[in-house]
Design a protein around this ligand. Sequence first.
Ligand code: NDP
Length: 618
Amino acid sequence: MPNRRFADGEVVMGRWPGSVLYYEVQVTSYDDVSHLYTVKYKDGTELALKESDIRSQSSFRQRKSQSSSSSPSRRSSSRSRSRSPGRPAKGRRRSSSQSREHKDDKKKTISETNLVLLVFKPSENNTRRYNGEPESTERNDTSSIISEQKLKPDLEIARVLEQYSLRPRKEEKKREEIYSEKKIFETKKVIEKASLKSIEKASSKTKELEFGGRIGTFTLIFFLPATVLYLLLMCKQDDPSLMNFPPPLPALESLWEARVFGVFLLWFFLQALFYLLPIGKVVEGLPLSNGRKLQYRINGFYAFVMTAAVIGTLLYFQFELHYLYDHFLQFAVAAAAFSMVLSIYLYIRSLKAPKEELAPGGNSGYFVYDFFTGHELNPRIGSFDLKYFCELRPGLIGWVVINLAMLLAEMKIHNQSMPSLSMILVNSFQLLYVVDALWNEEAVLTTMDITHDGFGFMLAFGDLVWVPFVYSLQAFYLVGHPTAISWPVAAAITILNCVGYYIFRSANSQKNSFRRNPADPKLAYLKSIPTATGKGLLVTGWWGFVRHPNYLGDIIMALAWSLPCGFNHILPYFYVIYFICLLVHREARDEHHCKQKYGLAWERYCQRVPYRIFPYIY
Ligand code: NDP
């Protein structure tokens, strides 16, 4: 007898895939192999849902009765509360007779059921609703464009279509076309398809392999460390021109030093200690596929300040920080060895992880692929989140320390009382970038790295080796290849960096604020288009300029970091070249995910904002 909670024929509330909305559905069958229920929505749509996406009707009835007793003024306030999909539904009283689902509800903080979506059925009454919420909560965070419309009955269909993000505001002609049943039918089909895809993704193996699949990821496991080694060896040469490829290989035994490895471990565990300190606020991440939200301590900036105090103390006691410069290659090898051991550990432990905790993109069933992309989404030892910790602490803060070591090494080697202007610029620009990332640490919780990518070799190596040892290449280059720049040139480069930073910061802040609270009065001047998932897409402001304005700002800054190294060699420009490739590839990945998530709404967005990163170019 299969262990199932809902019987065939039972009428329950089913979550609309890819969204946080629940509709009345009838259970038609249950597959005890895949553990999926086939349910039928009232419009005839049949979908396969996981048990966690199904609730009994009683929980919704309770909410409905509570909500419908609200006064009009209360309604409007609850409406604005419900505009934030991730906000918990605080203050809702529950009777003791409520069923177990309510307790589950509470545990999982499924507040999203506040949101309501009208579902249009061509063959039935257009104004009919399928959920247990009152009309007043119908508007969700995505309705900003249509918020001014009065909901006359004959506009109900339009409203539904707006929910699916189909039309621009003023194009009346198109509006008529969109209202036609044919279009509605097509819309529903596309959404259905996208929803089915997301269900398939959540419940089965990763089918679309990225990074060149198994061969690509296998190659990258060797190619990435080789690239780091190559770049560092080239940088050490007196003439690092590409003509001098390949650089002479050092003796193997010279690459490894136990003491260096010990210092690396000390660094890693010192950062872990700072991470564990109970200072800084604790916030919730985005909801996982099972509705659960993980908690994260935000204390990266404090960790940075404490690290600065430790380094300051070491310098005060005459510790020679240029030890880092002298053993740079060994440090890179130590970090690479550590990241490999960590990746192996991560993969082994991921084999025991529950299915719903696996990364959507790293569950192909192919060892190499999953090892590289990361099999488990949020590996934790107790409350210690390994991925989140590695994202912003040892590598990112390490990068700044390495830059400082390069600055001191430059002064020592060239007998300077002051660092060169080029070195000061590189250090200051990159320091600003790191401090900004740590100051805005919370924003990392909504990035692809945290929400989509598992923790495997790609991120372990990227965070612990690539970021600190490749991103500091300009400073490393300047030690061996002093470059004098004039004050006006320095001023021009500084302005370029400020422009890049301004675009990067304001674009990221705009999106983060909008995601946190779409009803934020500070964002009232921005327009968004709604999507079927309940989230909106900004179409004005920075996100109406290009589809990834934050990448544009980041690339401009990357250029500003390379320019102080002059034009003698291409090596210091490696970062900006690589970064453009990385962000173009990342943008393509993100587009792909957004297209799956938002379907037609995303296409609509792409029509309105045709350029991806570079306006009028790409
Ligand atoms: P982004 O911050 O660019 O976020 C992409 C997500 O934003 C999408 O998946 C979508 O998610 C949401 N979104 C897209 N368009 C819109 C819109 N119009 N309105 C509202 N939301 C939208 O992701 P990344 O993680 O790639 O980048 C974060 C930052 O990190 C960037 O500034 C990037 O430059 C930087 N970065 C730096 C790297 C480095 O090595 N220095 C490496 C990678 C990134 P949803 O709708 O689900 O919210």
